[in-house]
Write a new protein. Structure first.
Length: 107
């Protein structure tokens, strides 16, 4: 009986360690992300939209995992990532569009 209790405890302990390790935020913080300026404005993204997108990106995406620099992926890759991840955040479609504009730098 004691061996079974020991194995049960060991299994729960190992599971908790794995769970804790999987929640680690290891990527960039919001401070190291680019901050949009007037030079980032495009025909499809205003400065206000880029700034709102940055705020939404930091506040929503960072709640589950670390943040990635917009330069880590191409615009096409970001659009694919956001289309898959956006609905999981609870953001509206207009908010998801703002995040997409931010990470793709308005492209």
């Amino acid at each position: 009986m004691k061996k079974m209790n020991y194995r049960y405890f060991l299994g729960i302990f190992a599971g908790l360690i794995l769970l804790t390790m999987s929640c680690k935020k290891s990527n960039t913080s919001g401070g190291s992300l680019y901050t949009p300026t007037t030079t980032d404005v495009t025909a499809t993204a205003t400065l206000g939209e880029l700034q709102q997108g940055r705020t939404l990106y930091i506040n929503n995406c960072n709640s589950c995992h670390g943040l990635y620099s917009p330069d880590n992926y191409t615009s096409a890759q970001w659009k694919s990532i956001i289309s898959n991840m956006g609905p999981r955040t609870g953001m509206s479609s207009s908010e998801i569009l703002l995040v997409t504009k931010y990470v793709t730098r308005g492209k």
